[in-house]
Design a protein around this ligand. Structure first.
Ligand code: ADP
Ligand code: ZN
Ligand code: ZN
Length: 735
């Protein structure tokens, strides 16, 4: 039954059910895309108006009214609705939750979202006519501000602060004269006066890349820019942005994997592209700044938006170009709530907007590489380092089965570090975080200190004297005696970063060692302080995890030692080798970036492994051929499409029953999808929860989608659904 009863608002809410909710609008004048506060059960909720209509299926007596509306706020546009609807459907996630979680935190609160007012200033016609000589010579600051305004047309507060710290007094005097006018802007829209006009001449490969993309810049086309580290990919991005944003009011979205990468790229873009207002969007921003930046993007005032994963959902009314830097990076995949992959969402967005999208990487994801090989994406390759005198590093494997290690270090590596030390050059020791942490081992009975709550081992933190689980955070004191056999002599085994630091202090006492890992960089700005120290030459040996591998350029670094990677070569995760290769290419790229040749020493038991052979030649395509062949034989992505139901509870039995139900039901729904049996993942227990998972496999996305769309509502309706924790992961990256 449908009744007519005045203005009805159809509202999306952040609640874990599909569907939308109807409320009386009470003549609020709120428009589609705006926020309202509504009663929902006992609580107040923020919602987004999806539709303003005149009728509803809800009986009049049950229909509630909105509590508040925010008509002055700019509404969300239909493009974002459609994109999030697509994602909600594809990832089988409630639309309302998808929509609201894509908003900045301030917009998810039930209060009006305000930001501090900021102004930018420009000369008035009268001011321009007056000329600088009309200002008395003793008003030096006024004169400087005037000159800057004449040169730059309009300046905001941060740019004026670069002119003089006393700018405010000068501006007030100029405002009083009527020579300057003020206009409200946002703080996030930082301008910079320290623009760099040094524009290197593009080499042939770069020129080809830029021209190819520009030739087809008016419509949807995915491009893969495959270029080794230092080949000048960022320079290609800069030229494209210049060319595609000039002479129009277009916007570009640049996705980057991690916050830690943003400052360098941001600084480079700001100085090279000063004419385009730029904002960044990532979770390290304060809520207020995040909202401001988001609004600048939404209004079209920001022309370049640099952001991490979530920024793929930012409203951008004049989007013309999308760039995904380091497109293979795993941090593009969201690992909870809606488990979207930002690169894939960006591709969908570009397609719907009919604009080009550029994916850049030295080691593309195999999915992307496959698409570029099959011709679905345009492939642009850059083989040379852009700075000609910077050579590729020499990669050497040290067979550790043939030499004696001293606390995990081979004589070759120690000698190589000593040489660097003598020459005043820097070394980097790279440890893969997983599996290299020291554990407490009983050499008599092989007992290893386990975490009580996870299927993992506790990591020794010698200095603090405790054992910690790196999965759940559980901590306990180091035990002195083996609880299994009574052996009183327990030893830490394995090479954590801390342990290595101590070993180095013994072997190379004069070396200044800096450890860079999650522990040592916890403090805000710790990482950037450390990087400054490295650049200033205050460090001889860097010890670190993959945090160090990305985006940092150390000109004086000429040696990279890779300690132990063998477990990743034979991991049950079919993506482990692909990731190891990407990581090693990245760390190798750290060595010898300037005019000094670099060397990479890899300690391994398998020096002839095809991965190392490809690495030695920096030959991603060759390695990709062998990996793709393996994937095809094993029927893994990119040849097949996967989805995974993950479930966990205090006790495994309901998990198993739930997954068995899912498995049986899915089998009835369609025989084109291969449905496996429930299994326990490698990490059976995590944070005290017993875990299970169920894998689906199909040779095309559509048949998989058809089954999932029918299955998920049945799973939600299952009696165990609310008693255990479960989630569906479409295109899972971790198993
Ligand atoms: P990538 O993003 O592929 O790692 P970058 O764009 O950062 O590479 O370039 C590496 C270095 O080479 C940078 O210092 C950059 O300024 C420089 N560079 C890039 N292109 C050129 C060029 N055509 N001529 C001279 N130097 C260049
Ligand atoms: Zn023992
Ligand atoms: Zn644990």
């Amino acid at each position: 039954m449908t009744e007519t009863m005045g203005e009805i608002l159809r509202v999306a809410l952040d609640v874990p059910v599909d569907g939308v909710f109807d409320y009386r609008g009470n003549g609020s004048g709120v428009a589609v895309g705006q926020r309202v506060v509504v009663p929902f059960g006992p609580r107040k909720q923020v919602g987004i108006v999806l539709e303003v209509t005149g009728s509803t299926d809800v009986p009049a007596a049950k229909l509630k009214s909105i509590l508040q509306s925010f008509e002055d706020e700019p509404p969300l546009d239909s493009e974002i609705f459609a994109l999030l609807k697509f994602c909600a459907d594809y990832y089988q996630y409630p639309y309302g939750q998808a929509l609201l979680s894509a908003l900045p935190g301030r917009l998810r609160q039930t209060e009006p979202a305000t930001t501090r007012k900021q102004f930018s200033y420009a000369l008035t016609p009268a001011g321009m006519v007056a000329g600088v000589d009309a200002i008395p010579a003793r008003q030096a600051v006024q004169r400087r501000v005037y000159a800057a305004l004449l040169e730059h047309c309009s300046l905001n507060e941060s740019a004026l602060a670069e002119v003089s710290s006393c700018w405010r007094k000068a501006i007030n005097a100029l405002l009083e004269n009527g020579w300057v006018k003020a206009e409200e802007t946002f703080a996030g829209l930082r301008q910079s006066l320290t623009a760099s006009s040094v524009q290197p001449e593009l080499n042939q490969e770069q020129t080809h890349a830029v021209n190819a993309i520009l030739a087809e810049s008016g419509s949807f086309k995915p491009w893969l820019l495959h270029g080794i580290t230092g080949s000048g990919k960022t320079e290609v991005y800069i030229r494209l942005l210049q060319a595609m944003l000039a002479d129009n009011d277009g916007q570009a979205l640049v996705l980057v994997p991690e916050i830690n990468l943003t400052p360098q790229l941001e600084a480079r873009f700001r100085s090279r592209l000063p004419e385009f207002p730029l904002v960044s969007l990532h979770s390290n921003l304060g809520e207020s700044e995040r909202l401001q930046n988001w609004r600048l993007a939404q209004s079209g005032a920001a022309r370049i938006i640099i952001g991490t994963r979530l920024s793929v959902f930012t409203p951008l009314p004049r989007l013309r170009l999308v760039i995904v830097d380091e497109e293979h990076d795993t941090s593009y995949k969201q690992q909870d709530s809606m488990r979207y992959h930002a690169r894939d969402v960006a591709l969908v967005r570009a397609q719907r907007r009919n604009i080009p999208i550029l994916l850049g990487s030295a080691t593309p994801a195999l999915e992307t590489w496959h698409n570029a090989q099959s011709g679905r994406y345009g492939l642009l390759s850059m083989h040379e380092r852009a700075v000609s005198q910077s050579q590729l590093p020499k990669v050497v494997c040290v067979d550790v089965s043939k030499v004696e290690l001293r606390d995990g270090l081979s004589p070759h590596l120690i000698k190589a570090m000593r040489e660097r030390l003598d020459r005043g050059e820097q070394s980097l020791l790279f440890i893969n975080r997983r599996g290299y942490s020291p554990v407490l081992l009983c050499t008599a009975c092989q007992w290893i200190a386990p975490c009580m709550r996870c299927s993992s081992r506790l990591v020794v933190h010698l200095r603090q004297g405790f054992l910690r689980c790196h999965h759940c955070g559980h901590e306990q004191k180091i035990v002195r005696q083996c609880p299994s056999c009574g052996n009183p002599d327990l030893h830490p085994t394995g090479h954590g970063t801390q342990r290595l630091e101590e070993t180095l202090a013994k072997l190379l006492p004069e070396a200044r060692v800096l450890r860079v890992d999650r522990d040592s960089t916890r403090r805000k700005n710790a990482l950037s302080d450390m990087l400054v120290a490295v650049h200033a030459g205050e460090v001889d040996i860097l010890v670190g995890t993959q945090m160090l591998a990305k985006g940092h350029d150390f000109p004086n670094l000429t040696l990279v030692g890779v300690l132990d990677t063998d477990s990743a070569l034979f991991s049950p995760d079919f993506r482990a080798a692909e990731r190891l290769f990407a990581q090693l290419m990245q760390v190798a790229g750290r060595a010898g970036r300037a005019d000094k040749p670099g060397e990479v020493l890899i300690q391994t038991t398998f020096p002839e492994h095809s991965l190392f052979n490809a690495l030695r030649r920096q030959d991603f395509p060759a390695y990709a051929v062998s990996l793709l062949h393996e994937r095809e034989t094993a029927q893994f992505p990119p040849y097949e499409f996967l989805a995974l139901v993950k479930a966990e509870a205090n006790d495994y039995s309901p998990v198993h029953r739930f997954l068995q139900y899912a498995s049986d039901t899915a089998r009835e729904l369609g025989n084109e999808v291969l449905v496996y049996d429930p299994v326990r993942p490698q990490m059976e227990r995590l944070k005290g929860m017993e875990r299970g998972q169920l894998l689906f496999q199909a040779n095309n996305r559509q048949v998989l989608q058809v089954v999932l769309r029918q299955l998920v509502p049945l799973l939600r309706a299952h009696p165990l659904s609310n008693k255990i924790r479960w989630a569906l992961d479409v295109d899972p990256q971790e198993f």
